[in-house]
Design a binder for this molecule. Structure first.
Ligand SMILES: [Zn+2]
Ligand SMILES: [Zn+2]
Length: 186
């Protein structure tokens, strides 16, 4: 491994099928050429449950993750089976603070019920992987892109998400390469 290789950790929070983090890590390595590994799971984020909405507050979980030391990791992706919200949206597929250290991905609305340890369909895994790459790029300071044929295009529903490719438009590709540093892509 090169010294300038960015290290990405994928960590489950609570009950998530163990194939999911492996698939997400493989997509991060395969599409973004970053060094991704699966970290030991964390507890279910009971502290973030909003009792009126019966959803979990993405901002609260992100804050907790940002203050957790993940040794040697440049960025960390948290994967959850529970439904996430941020105050201005009814729900979110994922959440990241621009330039932050941690991002979240929720499996809750990606298709069939993903409760417990039910095996996940390839469609759900593909959606989760797409959200993972998109949110990870926000951590590298990429913003939303107007081009619908770009990974950084905003997806508000599953239809839009399925139309979104795994690849960047040429502008975002350059932005991403600059953000991770030219050395890590070679
Ligand atoms: Zn986004
Ligand atoms: Zn773009």
């Amino acid at each position: 491994m090169k010294d300038n290789m960015h290290r990405i950790g994928v960590v489950c929070l609570g009950d998530v099928d163990s194939t999911v983090p492996k698939v997400l890590a493989a997509h991060i390595s395969g599409y973004l050429n970053l060094d991704a590994s699966v970290l030991p799971p964390l507890y279910h984020p009971a502290y973030a449950l909003n009792r009126q909405r019966l959803q979990y507050d993405a901002g609260v979980i992100l804050k907790e993750m940002e203050s957790t030391p993940f040794d040697g990791m440049d960025k960390v992706i948290g994967v959850l089976g529970v439904d996430l919200f941020v105050p201005i949206f009814t729900h979110v597929f994922g959440e990241a603070r621009q330039g932050g250290k941690a991002a979240l991905v929720s499996l809750s609305r990606l298709g069939e019920k993903t409760v417990g340890s039910m095996p996940m369909s390839s469609a759900v895994l593909e959606r989760a992987a797409k959200i993972t790459l998109h949110e990870l790029c926000h951590l590298y300071n990429l913003s939303h892109c107007m081009d619908p044929n770009c990974l950084m295009h905003f997806s508000g529903d599953l239809n839009q998400l399925d139309q979104t490719p795994f690849s960047f438009c040429r502008y975002c590709a350059v932005f991403f390469r600059d953000a991770v540093g030219a050395g890590s892509a070679s």
